[in-house]
Design a protein around this ligand. Structure first.
Ligand code: FAD
Length: 300
């Protein structure tokens, strides 16, 4: 039986494994897709303290190497369910069942995409899902924010401080985010609003040059250097719903202690309810969850 089984090898899961190994625990990390998680999609990370600039893949590689050096076992497997088994847990994958004394769920989330051709290829070349991450690359440039809820409005507020122009593009007749944010945006000369409109096409081959908009059936072109897609995030928590309840948005509703109501189950990173989803907050959660899990095991 392993001491701690970590589901997900993103920044949160790998950091949890690193801390737990250093506390002398046997740790197994199971990852379904990419060691390193979402950050591997980022060509340039400039906001991780202590490292001025690196690619997301460089960050992921270094963290994986560091975690393996501390003695963690890491396997490529999709976890399909976790259930209580005696004092511990049975963790099921498509081909195996593992036993663990404690489980850390660090399953992350992903940004909902527009689902348009070339969207994946243009990530980092004009298509972004995070103004905090990438806004600095668009200083003095023209951008569009796609979406109309609170996240989209917050992204637009942030971007309007440094970009030449920000256009908000919303598919509904009204913006559904807070009135206070809308007021701030209405007061800025470099912000404009488009409603009842969807993005039909991304223009540009190697870098985004503009977008084709569809407003009630009539099309137009908006020339922009970048778009920030803010139409929601999708957590990866469904397989664990029976173990730990999810909130109405599908996240684990725990605070920065990372402790759930189910003894021996901890959560870390983007998969929990929080306001800032970044590497810094994910790694902080990983450390907190690991320390809580180690204490739990020591008290067994
Ligand atoms: C394009 C892009 C650019 C970004 N840029 C920045 C930036 O510049 N700075 C910054 O701080 N943040 C940035 N972020 C955000 C940052 O990547 C995330 O906040 C961070 O990766 C969250 O870490 P996590 O470990 O919680 O989740 P994730 O990174 O999502 O990792 C979770 C992992 O769990 C795995 N998983 C899920 N379900 C299962 C399962 N059932 N079984 C096994 N494995 C499973 C997933 O495959 C994934 O690898 C960016 C994100 C994107 C998408």
């Amino acid at each position: 039986m392993t001491d701690i089984l970590v589901v997900g090898a993103g920044p949160a899961g790998l950091t949890a494994a690193l801390y737990a190994c250093r506390a002398g625990k046997r740790v197994l990390v199971l990852e379904k897709e990419t060691f390193g998680g979402q950050i591997t999609h980022s060509p340039k990370v400039e906001n991780y303290p202590g490292i001025a600039v690196m690619s997301g893949t460089q960050f992921a590689d270094r963290l994986l190497e560091q975690t393996l050096a501390q003695g963690a076992d890491v396997e490529m497997e999709t976890v399909t369910a976790v259930r209580r088994q005696g004092d511990g847990f049975a963790v099921e994958t498509e081909g195996e069942t593992y036993s663990a004394k404690a489980v850390i769920l660090a399953t992350g989330s992903h940004h909902r995409q527009l689902g348009l051709p070339k969207e994946d290829e243009l990530v980092g070349e004009g298509v972004s899902y995070c103004a905090v991450c990438d806004g600095a690359f668009y200083q003095g440039k023209r951008v569009a924010v796609i979406g109309g809820g609170n996240t989209a409005l917050q992204e637009a507020v942030l971007l309007s401080e440094t970009c030449a122009h920000v256009t908000l593009v919303q598919n509904l007749p009204v913006f559904t985010g807070e009135e206070k944010l809308l007021e701030i945006l209405r007061g800025r000369d470099n912000v404009s609003f488009i409603t009842n409109t969807v993005v039909r096409e991304l223009l540009g081959e190697d870098a985004l040059e503009g977008i084709v908009l569809d407003t009630d059936g009539s099309t137009s072109t908006l020339t922009v250097d970048g778009i920030f897609v803010a139409i929601g995030q999708v957590p990866e928590n469904e397989p664990f719903r029976a173990l730990v309840p999810l909130n109405e948005y599908g996240y684990f509703d725990v605070d920065e202690q990372c402790v759930t109501g189910e003894a021996g189950v901890f959560v870390a990173g983007d998969c929990r309810s929080k306001t800032v989803r970044q590497i810094t907050t994910a790694t902080a959660d990983g450390a907190a969850a690991a320390i809580a899990a180690c204490r739990y095991i020591d008290a067994l």
